[in-house]
Structures are given as structure tokens and as C-alpha cells.
Design a protein around this ligand. Sequence first.
Ligand code: GDP
Ligand code: IMO
Ligand code: MG
Length: 430
Amino acid sequence: MKNVIVVGSQWGDEGKGKIVDWLSSEADVVVRFQGGHNAGHTLVIDKKVFKLRLLPSGIVREKKISILGNGVVIDPWALLDEIKEIKNKGISVTDENFMISESASLILPFHQEMDEIREDIAGKSKIGTTRRGIGPCYEDKVGRRSIRVMDLRSESNLDNRLKNVLAHHNAVRKGLNKKIYKKDELKKKLLKIAPQILKYAKPVWLELDKFIKNRKKILFEGAQGILLDVDHGTYPYVTSSNTVPSMASTGTGLGPDKLNYILGITKAYTTRVGSGPFPTELNNKIGESLGKKGKEFGTVTARKRRCGWFDGVLVRQTIKISGINGIALTKLDVLDDMDEIKICVQYELNGKKIDYLPSAPEDQFNVRPIYKTFPGWKTKTQGIRHMKDLPENAKKYVYALEDFIGAKISSISTSPERDDTILLEDPFKI
Ligand code: GDP
Ligand code: IMO
Ligand code: MG
């Protein structure tokens, strides 16, 4: 019996949605445990495209339970919009196949506005957030003043909680010359949608405990990537949650002893959206061609993703930090036309060679990548589903990568389509 945790091993957008959807055929329950609608997970099933932000990628399959854990920050209006959107595509979302933790914190309009205000004030030194209010909401959570799903149950309780949170936000807003939030207006808005949200609200830890007792298989769907983790990522150019797999326990209330197999989703090259250091970034034709071939535009914000070569030093580091057991290598097909392909195997910093990414942002911006070069395969791999069908040079690249990063490549994805995937080791069966 295995539970599988899927996390991104780079800066997000590694193809987690595709792999979670593919693996969810074997799972009974799919759970998000951190992040919010800053995530954008794309699924392609028989050419039909689903872009999910908050809903777990298991939602499109019948008879699977989808859950948002306490570690997720939920914009209730965004959630209702997404439910409506997916229902219009013929997917069923009911209180039987979907639940949210009653302890999850709510993203409110002033969080989203604060995200915008801060980014605008920061100008050139902005983080490049998704402007969804993620950071300000997590701040309120840690500050013990957030409004949680359960607060929607009682008007008097909601009133008290709003008084408390607005005392903080209105003081800050006053200082910034922004309009003051009126408690009663916001309360009215929240009470209007409360029944639609509360029908999904449950003590998720208890439900998960029951699933475990009934020997159900649970698939945890991470959002973002390890390099965006607030502790282990390229701080301050990170998101405001822990994206490491151990968060699957904290963010749901299921003990870490139930987290069995950690699958790191890893793109065959590197992308990043937003500001921050990116040692292997290619500001040239090769970078442009990766972006074009890989359709590297943000799922949530439509921003152009920055592209570069595979950074072996970084992925080796995130594998260690997060305890990744196996790798799903994605977007190998994007490299099909390359004459040669590079992997970063070391950095040089101030004339010295180093084997890891240093912690200080000024060093992270200054490291120079040292590459190992591989010949391209110049053959179409798109849609290949068996290892034996990969061209020799593609196999060599995959094995070299596996050897360098020190984790087994357990599957390889060769197109956005659900089943265009080479399975080498089934995470649920190890
Ligand atoms: P996520 O945030 O990790 O779920 O990734 P996104 O969905 O934001 O971005 C990954 C993009 O790559 C999506 O457009 C996917 O449809 C696409 N994709 C996933 N796997 C593959 C693959 O193996 N090959 C190609 N060409 N595209 C892929
Ligand atoms: P998925 O789950 C890629 C980035 C933003 C910004 C930083 C902080 O689709 O992989 P935030 O809005 O979270 O405060 O932004 O994190 N970011 C992502 N980048 N994929 C994501 O999610 C991301 N979610 C946030 O671009 O640099
Ligand atoms: Mg994404």
C-alpha cells in the first residue's frame, strides 16, 4: 500500500498536472496541500485541455475524491468560478467527490490588492508574483488573524474575525492611502457565498484517516516547485508556502509516516516565471526556441516563461532537500530539434568551482554554469510510449541526467497528452 506525493523539482510548471492526472487512474483520492490559485496545472485528454488552478487534477476522473487540505489558501470566489468552469466542461463536482478543509485560510479581496500594491511599489525589484494574494494571505495565517473556511458558519464569529483582520489591514491601507475596507460590506459578500463553500467543508484530517483505514490510495499534488519553497527556494524570489513534500503532512493532517513515495516532476530543461536568479537561463535564440516549442507561457498569468538548459546541480540539490525517490522527466520531446543539449554540472563563483547553489541571492545571481554537452537526437520523440523506441542519443541524455542527479527516472513524458508517457517504475507499486 502506497501513498504518492508529487512535487515539482524546479521552479514550477514541470508538468505536475499531466503526471498527477495520469497517475490518478491508480489513486482513490487526490489532495492539494499548499499554494492556491497561483498554480496552473494543465491536463490534455484526447486533445481536450483542462487548466486547473485550485481543483486537484484528479477531479476530471470519475469516482475519485478530490480534496483541498488546510495548507491550501482558498479564494472562495475563484474556487466557485473554477467549479462552474469545469462543470461547463461536463465534469461533475459535488459534495461527494470534492471536499475542502474547514481549517483552510481564505484569500480575501484585500489580500489580492495588497499583492498588487506591493508589486507595483517594488518596481524593478518586484518578485513577479501571480498577484493572486497568496503571500498576504499566508502572512495573515501565520499572524493568526486569517478568516478560515469554518468562520463562515457563524455570523457573529465572522464579524469578530473580520474586525480583527481589518484592524491590521486598514491601518496598513491608511498608511498607503488606499481605501478602507468596510467590515459589514465584506461580511455580507462572504455570507452570500458561505453556503456554496460550506457544503464542501470537512475536517479533512479525519476523512483522510478514514481513507487510510479503508486502504484507499492517496495521491498528493504539490503546486509550484522546490526552488519556490519559502525556506529552501531562491528566497526572496519564492512563493509564500513550503512546497517540499513534508508539507503534504502539515497541509492535510495526515501523519508523515503515511507519505510513502515521493515523485519529483522534472522538466528536461529549465523554466522560471517571475523574477529571481536563474543560472542556466538562455537569453538567446536557443532559449526562444525552447519557449516556442515547449509553449512556455504561464497557465495562470499568460506570462512568458524564462527558459534555459537543464540545471543538474539544482535538481540534485532539490532531490536531497525533498527526499525525492523517483523522477518523472517531462517535455523530452521539446529537445527533439536541438543540435546539442547541455546539462549544468557545476558552478563557478568568484573563480572557485562549487557543487551547490549558495544561499545568498547575490551569489545565486552571480554563479556561472559549467556545462557538459550532449549530441542531440534530431528525431521526433513526441508521443513515444516505450523506452525501446527512444533514439539512442535521447536515451544517453536521460541516463546521464539520471546518473548525475542521483534519483531514478521512473517515467518519461513525451507530449502533453495523458497517455504519451513511458512508464519505467510504477510509484504505487514499489
Ligand atoms: P504544472 O504547473 O507543473 O502542472 O505544469 P503546467 O501545466 O503549468 O505547464 C506544463 C505545460 O507543459 C503544459 O502546457 C502541459 O500541457 C505541457 N506538457 C506536460 N508534459 C509535456 C510533455 O511531455 N511534452 C510537451 N511538449 N508538453 C508537455
Ligand atoms: P505551478 O503549480 C511557476 C511563482 C511566481 C513568482 C513566485 C511568487 O503551476 O507550478 P506567488 O503568486 O506565489 O506569490 O508568486 O512564484 N509561481 C509559480 N511559478 N508555477 C507555479 O505554479 C507558480 N506559482 C507561483 O511566478 O515568481
Ligand atoms: Mg503551472
